[in-house]
Design a protein around this ligand. Structure first.
Ligand SMILES: Nc1ncnc2c1ncn2[C@@H]1O[C@H](COP(=O)(O)OP(=O)(O)OP(=O)(O)O)[C@@H](O)[C@H]1O
Length: 578
């Protein structure tokens, strides 16, 4: 039972024990709510002689008060216990689940994120965990508790008078069958609504991310038309789901009401025949009015069981995705990089790298050149273990990188790419990202070497200036120099460089070239090159076409060969006049 609950509702062992305990206390709490019935029973006993004849009624008020206080105390005690067991455990459980999912996401290969979008993952961590939390805290303990209470009370009342007991409780199996049979239908509409909800989140996220492009291209109206349509579809999917759920919930409630009516009719017939005492008759009527309440309340939220199926599946999918393995304790002989017969594709249909082999030596600048889409960036993604090769091996310092833990591997690599990610924090902290425990003096030194110091000092609060979301206040060249400062601070032995100066003005380009010169000293540099002019200073060139190496050598050797490099260089010289 514990294992089943853990698996089905994504709970830890402690969480499942908490819910089980809470359910037990919840059952005891519901049973304790029946205690005031004894007051009614007492009252009937007291007034019955008066109903039969002209007898004066005497009440023992103290007994009534005592029973009342005792009932309240017992109910209060069990309520407190169930609250403690369920809510504290489950809220802790949700926090743990969010952390666990976050921790897991950190270790997953990048390929996982390419199949999912950001809003989908955010929904899983926030909204799905919330839905699960509601189910675990509000529905499961209440349901188990009310079933427990009904079973105990049913057994007692059937034993006391099985005819009246059956009249009261025949509805329970019918309500359970109604709920189970409606499950598939409720699940179907819950899934439909879930997909629409995800679509709304996707589009809202897309809009927020690309608002400037959408406005720049005058697409707001078009975008909003589409968004409005998706929101409308979500709204009607939600309405249909609520309708289906309430039809079955109120169906269940209606059956419970029929149970009450049947108890009255059966009791009246038996009483009329003289087979049932008045006191029993009244007691069963009053009990049946009360006993269904907890179950009725749970029926209203039973739909959660169906709503939760899809989110639980999504969480499991994240948790069961294989992490990238590898050790963190190893020795690298040097920082030479070797690609050995590497095959790779983002999908099964298309291979991007085909039997690709090359070497990038320590202390040298190795430039990857080739037409757009030939696989240059893919090489760097494999080198950083965003993906692993399908075939072949990649070595750093004689070590196959698939045997190195990706986080540890990243400790040896700095990257300076065009799309620099900046955080909504101070300039100082954004640069410090390169080396967690760097002092302010070290950060400023790196910033000076990366030609950042001057523009940072021109900002209102210097290094303490907040950069805004994704560094919205900085120009392209400034962002790039911050990224170079980070890499200088990190001082990793391997540097992956996207020849990022292509889109910059002359002043920015000169400053960036100077900063890069600081950065690459003595490192193994792999540079993705777009402009052949900058490649002329590289030590070694690897020319790639359709995912395979077509020629390699020093710039001088390749120029003499008059192959691909020569042709690309001539073409660019013709186009740009350099
Ligand atoms: N995440 C991805 N999913 C699917 N295909 C991808 C992905 N990234 C790249 N590709 C495809 O892989 C091929 C190689 O892409 P890659 O980015 O490595 O080329 P590139 O040589 O760096 O190109 P460019 O010079 O234009 O940046 C291209 O056909 C590209 O469309």
């Amino acid at each position: 039972m514990l294992k089943w609950g853990m698996d089905r509702f994504e709970m830890t062992r402690d969480g499942a024990i908490g819910v089980l305990k809470g359910s037990l206390y919840s059952g005891l709490y519901y049973i304790s709510l029946m205690f005031p019935m004894s007051l009614i029973y007492l009252f009937i006993l007291d007034v019955l002689p008066a109903l039969k004849g002209n007898v004066r009624v005497t009440f023992n008020i103290l007994t009534y008060i005592f029973i009342m206080i005792l009932s309240l105390a017992i109910s209060g005690f069990f309520y407190y216990k169930q609250y403690n067991a369920v809510f504290f455990t489950i809220y802790g459980e949700s926090a743990k689940k969010r952390l666990k999912l976050g921790e897991k996401l950190r270790k997953l290969p990048l390929s996982f994120f390419e199949q999912k979008d950001l809003s989908d993952l955010t929904n899983t961590i926030l909204s799905d965990v919330n839905t699960l939390e509601n189910l675990q805290s509000h529905v499961i303990p209440g349901l188990i508790g009310s079933i427990m209470c009904n079973i105990v009370v049913a057994v007692m009342l059937i034993l006391w008078d099985f005819r009246m007991g059956l009249a009261m409780f025949w509805v329970l199996p019918v309500v359970i069958i109604n709920t189970v049979l409606s499950g598939k239908l409720q699940e179907k509409y819950a899934n439909k609504h879930f997909l629409k909800k995800c679509a709304v989140a996707d589009e809202a996220q897309e809009y927020i991310e690309h608002v400037s492009d959408i406005v720049a291209f005058n697409r707001e109206e078009k975008f909003f038309e589409k968004y409005k349509k998706t929101v409308k579809e979500e709204e009607s999917a939600h309405q249909i789901l609520e309708l289906v759920m309430s039809i079955f919930a109120s169906g269940g409630q209606a059956f419970l009401k029929v149970g009450f009516a049947v108890t009255v009719i059966v009791g009246a017939i038996l009483f009329e025949k003289g087979d049932l005492s008045l006191i029993k008759f009244l007691f069963y009527i009053i009990s049946s009015a009360r006993i269904y309440d907890p179950l009725g309340m749970v029926l209203n939220s039973i739909g959660y069981f169906y709503i939760i199926k899809k989110p639980v599946k999504r969480m499991k999918q994240i948790e069961e995705t294989k992490e990238m393995g590898g050790k963190s304790d190893f020795v690298l002989e040097n920082y030479n990089i070797v690609f050995e017969n590497v095959d790779f594709g983002y999908s099964n249909e298309k291979k991007v790298l085909k039997n690709l082999s090359f070497k990038a030596k320590q202390g040298e600048v190795t430039a990857l050149i080739g037409p757009s889409g030939c696989g240059k960036s893919t090489c760097t993604k494999l080198l950083t273990r965003f993906y692993d090769p399908l075939k072949g091996k990649i070595f750093i310092g004689g070590k196959n990188i698939t045997k190195i833990n990706p986080e540890t591997l990243m400790g040896y690599i700095s990257m300076v790419f065009q799309d620099v990610i900046l955080f909504d924090n101070t300039v100082m902290e954004n640069i410090r990202l390169g080396k967690r425990n760097a002092s302010d003096v070290e950060v400023i030194k790196a910033a000076k070497m990366a030609n950042c110091h001057e523009f940072i000092m021109n900002m209102t609060e210097g290094y303490q200036t907040m950069l805004g979301e994704n560094g919205a206040r900085l120009s392209g060249g400034e962002r790039l120099r911050i990224s170079i400062a980070r890499a200088i601070l990190k001082d990793a032995p391997i540097l992956l460089l996207d020849e990022a100066t292509a889109s910059l003005d002359v002043e920015n380009e000169t400053k960036i070239q100077e900063s890069i010169a600081h950065l690459i000293k003595g490192k193994t540099v792999v540079m993705i090159a777009h402009r052949m002019r900058t490649v002329e200073n590289a030590d070694h060139i690897i020319a790639i076409k359709d995912g395979a190496v077509v020629e390699e050598g020093s710039p001088y050797e390749l120029l003499k060969k008059e192959g691909m490099f020569y042709q690309m260089l001539s073409l660019q010289k013709e186009e740009t006049g350099f």
